[in-house]
Design a protein around this ligand. Structure first.
Ligand code: 3PG
Length: 398
């Protein structure tokens, strides 16, 4: 169900769940991508004359109000982007929220304070979430689910409230699902997936699923050292999940059996310590010296990965190739991003998923338009690549 299924919205109170979980430095938003991504839905509702009440979380507060996680900076930025003042209620379902909603005129937008200040939001007890969802539902006449980054969470403001009001998916959720479906359902081949990030254990489900779906899996980031160790190579003092080595061995065997090509780096930028200015050198990936820590894939690997992406028709990328926040270890991530941009220009459909890779793309100065789709979802986009059913989406099914 979509916004279209909600009928005429003029004068009606529309509760919207957005994902405004943005990175903050104190009270300064360092990347407002998720707020900008919410604008198509919000401006559509404003233009339709709805009274828009937005719910969102920020960080993982402990179920109690905490000024460090206040949505105040988000309300201010959202107001700038929408060109209207966005009132921030001081609570979620209390007196302030009710008064703020009652004060809305047609076409105005208000934000409720962090949904995770209420412990019932993330409760595992159905009745507790249901109770909060009932209180939230009293603040709206319809519900629009537009926080793509949280649709994998069975939480009151994502899932339970959708059962209590006429509900539909917003523009962002629709665009995200449509793009990710192009990779998960019958992708145009060759289908290449680049996986990075620090831990194999965070990506087990996605790797298992991709071993039946993708044609090529390119592995970088901290997780690559567990792959190198599984092949019997020395990894020095690089990040290593010893308890995952056997699982990775099984993946390598399964890939071979399924005809999925696993591409591992051939060289590694290895440093003396984890620091921006640490002395470093490029070494062979199968012989990382004792005491050295791999912090990026090397230049030959960057070229190899780009070559493996060049003729792909569908590309999904999740997770940086190295510690891109430090310039000395950003080369691998830059090479992969460039490889994807080039492949996209040559006709591939490309998706960048996961907060870190999207942030890397922007931080390294790439034009977002060079990729077919940059997902706002971290865990949510990974779970779709895993082939899972997400509660925040199934609850919107017609
Ligand atoms: C995200 O940052 O991926 C989403 O906002 C979800 O946040 P969460 O992992 O704290 O639920």
């Amino acid at each position: 169900k979509t916004i279209d299924s909600l009928g005429d919205l003029r004068g009606r109170r529309v509760l919207v769940r957005s994902d405004f979980n943005v990175p903050l430095d104190g009270t300064t938003i360092t990347d407002d991508g998720r707020i900008r991504a919410a604008l198509p839905t919000l401006t559509r509702l404003v233009d339709a004359g709805a009274r828009v009440v937005v719910m969102a979380h920020l960080g993982r507060p402990k179920g109690t109000p905490d000024p460090a996680f206040s949505l105040a900076p988000v309300a201010a930025r959202l107001g700038e982007l929408l060109g209207q003042d966005v009132a921030l209620a001081q609570d979620l379902v209390g007196e302030s929220a009710r008064a703020t909603v009652a004060g809305l005129a047609d076409g105005q937008v208000a934000l409720l304070e962090n949904v995770r200040f209420d412990p019932r939001e993330t409760s595992k007890v159905d009745a507790e979430r249901a109770e909060l969802a009932g209180e939230l539902a009293e603040l709206g006449d319809a519900f629009v689910s537009d926080g793509f980054g949280v649709v994998h969470r069975k939480q009151a403001s994502v899932y339970d409230v959708a059962e209590r009001l006429p509900a539909g998916a917003g523009e962002l959720v629709l665009a995200e699902v449509e793009s990710l479906s192009r990779a998960t359902t019958d992708p145009e081949r060759p289908y290449a997936v680049v996986l990075g990030g620090s831990k194999v254990s965070d990506k087990l489900g996605v790797i298992a699923n991709l071993l039946t779906k993708a044609d090529r899996l390119l592995i970088g980031g901290g997780m690559v050292f567990t792959f190198l160790a599984a092949k019997g190579h020395a990894v020095g003092s690089s990040l290593l999940e010893e308890d995952q080595i056997d699982t990775v061995k099984e993946y390598l065997a399964q890939a071979e059996a399924n005809g999925v090509e696993i591409v591992l780096p051939t060289d590694i930028v290895a440093a003396d310590s984890f620091a921006a200015d640490a002395p470093h050198e490029t070494v062979a990936a199968d012989a990382i010296p004792d005491g050295k820590m791999g912090l990026d894939i090397g230049p030959d690997s960057g070229a190899l990965f780009a070559a493996k992406l060049a003729d792909a028709r569908t590309i999904a990328w999740n997770g940086p190739m190295g510690v891109f926040e430090f310039e000395a270890f950003a080369g691998g991530t830059r090479a992969v991003a460039q490889g994807i941009v080039d492949a996209t220009a040559a006709g591939a459909f490309s998706i960048v998923g996961g907060g870190d890779s999207a942030a890397a793309v922007r931080k390294l100065g790439f034009d977002e338009a060079g990729f077919s789709h940059i997902s706002t979802g971290g865990g949510a986009s990974l779970e779709l690549l895993e082939g899972k059913q997400l509660p925040g989406l199934t609850v919107l099914a017609d």
